[in-house]
Write a protein that binds this ligand. Structure first.
Ligand SMILES: Cc1cc2nc3c(=O)[nH]c(=O)nc-3n(C[C@H](O)[C@H](O)[C@H](O)COP(=O)(O)O)c2cc1C
Length: 210
């Protein structure tokens, strides 16, 4: 479980969406766990970490997912796994655990925890559904981006996909649809194609200096 490369420029600029993978290559479970662990160093609002992952790697799981990924069946059929990234709308329920653990591990003074928890418990549950959704999807996007780059460091490639049946995904994989909101589906595996360079807007086109 060692990194295949640790060259940031290559990891970032060499990332291209890969849509065909070596179909018989299975990423070992402990390695995929490590990739998820590393990706979860991503930042999130109040460190509440709303991202959740369903790893679809079994034959039955892939068959269930296939009709739900629209035009993305090749990624489903050839990838080592399909990672369904959800945002958990009950994310604030982990607040006590996260902040108490931080104190136990000497990462935070108790009075900071007490202040932060008081704010979290009054602020987050009172958010409108729309604001809550925006926030947890943003956090989950940071996690997903880190996962894509981490995957490359371990020698794998990915393709983020919004082309899936969002209204069916949670229930199909035994999650409560009211609670778990799908964010993106990510294929991951050993590339069997090079991917292609794609155009990016220039800094001048995307930046306002004031
Ligand atoms: C939110 C999101 C949704 C996407 N949905 C799909 C998809 O459904 N199918 C697909 O083949 N690629 C999908 N892509 C990949 C984009 O087409 C790709 O990232 C973009 O063209 C830039 O290419 P690159 O990833 O190789 O740099 C998606 C990317 C993002 C970020």
């Amino acid at each position: 479980m060692t990194l295949k490369q640790n060259n940031f420029e290559n990891i970032m600029k060499g990332r291209h969406s890969i849509r065909r993978y070596q179909p018989n290559y299975k990423i070992p479970r402990d390695e995929l766990n490590k990739i998820i662990e590393d990706a979860a160093t991503a930042p999130s609002a109040a460190n509440l970490q709303p991202w959740r992952v369903v790893v679809v790697e079994s034959k039955e799981g892939k068959e269930k997912l296939r009709p739900l990924v629209m035009f993305n069946t090749q990624q489903n059929d050839t990838s080592s796994a399909m990672l369904l990234i959800f945002a958990d709308t009950k994310y604030y329920e982990n607040a006590d655990y996260i902040y108490n653990t931080a104190v136990e591990q000497g990462k935070m003074p108790p009075e900071v925890r007490d202040n932060q928890l008081a704010t979290i418990k009054s602020y987050y549950p009172a958010l409108s559904k729309e604001k809550e959704n925006d926030g947890i999807r943003l956090d989950s996007g940071f996690f997903t981006m880190q996962l894509m780059l981490t995957a490359r460091a371990y020698g794998y490639d990915t393709n983020p996909m919004a082309g899936f049946e969002a209204d069916q995904l949670a229930a199909a994989f035994d999650l409560e649809p009211e609670r778990y909101k799908p964010v993106v589906v990510l294929s991951i595996g050993k590339a069997d194609e090079k991917g292609y360079d794609s155009v990016r807007l220039s800094p001048e086109q995307i930046t306002f200096w004031r």
